[in-house]
Design a protein around this ligand. Structure first.
Ligand code: F6R
Length: 368
């Protein structure tokens, strides 16, 4: 069943390109996103004034990535909330709120209860799910399946990139219904999305260095992850995987938050992963993150940068640079997360741990 891989997680990381490609299959017609499965929801989608994403763990991080894109393309406010926090605070909901749940298993009790709460309080519900016929999609008004294939390892990997893909499809569909994006921009984004699987393949082909680093770091006690914009949820995901698989204390931060507190954690020898935005980005986020790297280095910490190929600005300051192919800002997370998945897996392996079955965890959490 593992198809020659030492564990399911390795197999599933190797399937990240297909997870994206299969989720796109049949959903792009003549270069434009068309989601027939949402047809019944189309009028609602034209009328909504807010999207609330509910999910847990890795699925919530995919939601955070999706928020940046859906807001940007469809010009609808999007919030992301942990499903277990949602229904205990009397959220403001109306028939113009769309609640989008994200769940690989479709059985996560916290997420299911949030969806039920939303429906009972008049919101429309859309499920992004990887498991056909699971409870959450059955309880929702509409479903957009991710086609990552069955995920066996407890830690979610290929489902994460498939969830981002589905959210991007949803964002482009919504943008089309609401005429918020010109056609040229829509087509360019579709092209970028379609190019992602081949780019993930390139990342997988060059993953030796990250594996070496993981093996050298088997004794590490603490790792920090920094990212900005869509790189921020990637940092959170990198930290979660390391906690979950390698039992190492890890924290993810928004890079801009560093000076508001976390910089006090930076000391000689501390390992800090930094997800670096593209230098081609117009918003000068790249320069800001490079300056964060300098601040970290000045305090003696070791920086492992995940940066775009040819990004010369990071080279003098980072101890290690893991290169990813060129991609538009929204597509970097799907590439940058791959080395972080590999890092967590290989560090856990170096510590002799079971990467498919980390302690204390279950694949689907069907209790609240
Ligand atoms: C992390 C992980 C969990 C799940 C979370 C939600 O690697 O696997 O954080 O992402 O429990 O599970 P689903 O997506 O099945 O609702």
């Amino acid at each position: 069943e593992k198809g020659g891989w030492p564990n399911f997680m390795s197999k599933e990381i190797s399937e990240e390109p297909e997870a994206v490609a299969n989720t796109l299959l049949g959903r792009v017609t003549d270069g434009l996103v068309q989601l027939d499965e949402l047809a019944e929801l189309d009028q609602t989608l034209r009328d909504i004034d807010r999207v609330t994403i509910v999910a847990c763990g890795t699925a919530a991080y995919a939601g955070m990535v999706g928020k940046y894109a859906v807001e940007q393309w469809a010009r609808v406010p999007v919030e992301v909330e942990l499903a277990h926090e949602f229904r205990y605070r009397e959220p403001v909901l109306s028939e113009r709120t769309l609640v989008v749940s994200i769940s690989q298993s479709g059985e996560t009790m916290d997420t299911l209860m949030a969806v039920k709460y939303a429906a009972e309080h008049g919101a429309k519900t859309l499920s992004i799910c990887n498991t056909q016929g699971a409870t959450i999609p059955r309880e929702s008004d509409a479903v957009l399946y991710t086609h990552a294939g069955p995920e066996v390892a407890v830690a979610s990997t290929k489902a994460f990139v498939a969830q981002i893909t589905a959210l991007y499809l949803f964002g482009l569909h919504l943008a089309r219904l609401r005429a918020s994006l010109d056609e040229r921009a829509h087509r360019d984004l579709v092209t970028e999305l379609t190019d992602v699987p081949a780019k993930i393949d390139l990342v997988l082909d060059t993953s030796e260095r990250i594996s070496e680093l993981a093996h050298w770091m088997a004794d590490t006690r603490s790792v920090l992850f920094l990212g900005r914009h869509v790189g921020y949820p990637v940092a959170l995901e990198g930290a979660l995987k390391l906690k979950e698989l390698a039992y190492i204390h890890a924290e993810g931060f928004a890079a801009g938050e560093l000076k508001h507190g976390p910089i006090a954690l930076i000391e000689p020898g501390q390992i800090v992963f930094v997800v670096v935005p593209s230098p081609r980005d117009e918003r000068s986020l790249h320069a800001k993150v490079v300056s964060n790297i300098q601040e970290i280095r000045a305090r003696g910490a070791r920086v492992i940068a995940i940066a775009e190929q040819g990004d010369a600005a990071v080279l003098p300051f980072a101890d290690e640079v893991i290169q990813i192919p060129l991609a538009g800002p929204f597509f970097e997370p799907m590439l940058a997360v791959v080395p972080l998945h590999i890092f967590a897996r290989d560090l856990a392996t170096a510590k002799g741990l079971d990467v498919d079955q980390p302690r204390n965890l279950a694949k689907s959490v069907t209790v609240e």
